[in-house]
Design a binder for this molecule. Structure first.
Ligand SMILES: [Zn+2]
Length: 294
């Protein structure tokens, strides 16, 4: 499907859903602030209760299941583009040189930890899993798209589940990169993550930074980032709400990240980096550890 057809389809389905009742997809509240409006019929709303910024109208679950199986063709960092065997052999030999290496961030967040077990949720065909394995991290993955999961299993020999229930438990890190902004049910995602993490395991999610400080810095990028593919636009305030009862480190950054800042987090307290204007939002939390209320 071409980009223009996709956009027209998106606007058409928003038009059909324009009478949809407004409710926060995370907490169900019906009180919002209007953050931005696009194409007359789509709005970015910020929930007054939990602070989740989300697009109105929302998509229904049946549409999303079909969409991510069949129509999702965005060629960003090879996310959905599966290479031929010659190209893949070269990429493996060079260890995917154009992809970001997340291993220093993961190791900084778990100082001194050996034998890190990680699941990459929404791993596409597993290129990050392969790359993390080269750095000594025992990584496996989950991918909703069955063709991509199968491609990774067959061509990279990495473990990729295409059903959530097949994701192994006992992980030290529940990792996701540019996934949470796509999800219709963040509450279920976090509950599921807890079931697959060790008691002191880390939730680690990278996503676009929807904070107002980033909007001030780059209004254009801010505006184009939410919409059809990204119904959620998380910011620091929502991340704080999401893990209000747990230890967390929330920061925004351009690439590369400040490893000292990540390494200096004690894993027990709630820390927000003072700079909220970075390109990306990184949420690190321990969802299975509750902070006693004072
Ligand atoms: Zn809410």
């Amino acid at each position: 499907m071409t980009g223009i057809t996709q956009k027209l389809n998106y606007l058409y389905r928003c038009l059909l859903a324009s009478g949809q009742k407004k409710s926060c997809p995370y907490c169900g509240s019906n009180q919002f602030d209007l953050v931005q409006r696009k194409y007359l019929i789509t709005t970015l709303l910020k929930c007054k209760h939990c602070k989740l910024q989300h697009r109105h109208p929302k998509d229904n679950d049946a549409f999303l299941e079909d969409f991510y199986q069949e129509d999702y063709e965005v060629d960003v960092e090879m996310m959905t583009d599966m290479p031929d065997s010659v190209t893949l052999a070269k990429l493996k030999e060079q260890n995917f040189p154009d992809l970001r290496d997340f291993s220093p961030i993961i190791k900084a967040a778990l100082p001194g930890r050996k034998d890190i077990r990680l699941v990459d949720y929404g791993c596409s065909w597993g290129y990050n899993i392969y790359k993390l394995q080269q750095e000594g991290i025992a990584a496996s993955g989950y991918e909703l798209s069955r063709p991509r999961a199968a491609y990774g299993r067959n061509n990279l020999a990495v473990a990729i589940a295409d059903q959530e229930q097949d994701i192994p438990s006992g992980n030290d890190v529940f990792f996701s990169s540019h996934v949470i902004e796509h999800l219709p049910h963040i509450d279920k995602f976090i509950e599921f993550c807890k079931s697959r993490l060790n008691p002191d395991g880390l939730f680690m999610a990278f996503c676009p930074n929807g904070s107002k400080e980033y909007r001030k810095r780059d209004e254009y990028t801010y505006t184009v980032t939410w919409g059809s593919l990204h119904p959620n636009y998380l910011d620091v305030e929502f991340a704080q709400y999401l893990f209000r009862n747990n230890p967390y480190l929330i920061l925004t950054s351009d690439w590369p990240y400040n490893l000292e800042e990540i390494g200096s987090w004690d894993g027990k307290s709630q820390v927000v980096s003072p700079d909220r204007g970075g390109y990306e939002l990184l949420i690190i939390a321990k969802p299975n550890i509750l902070i006693p209320k004072t």
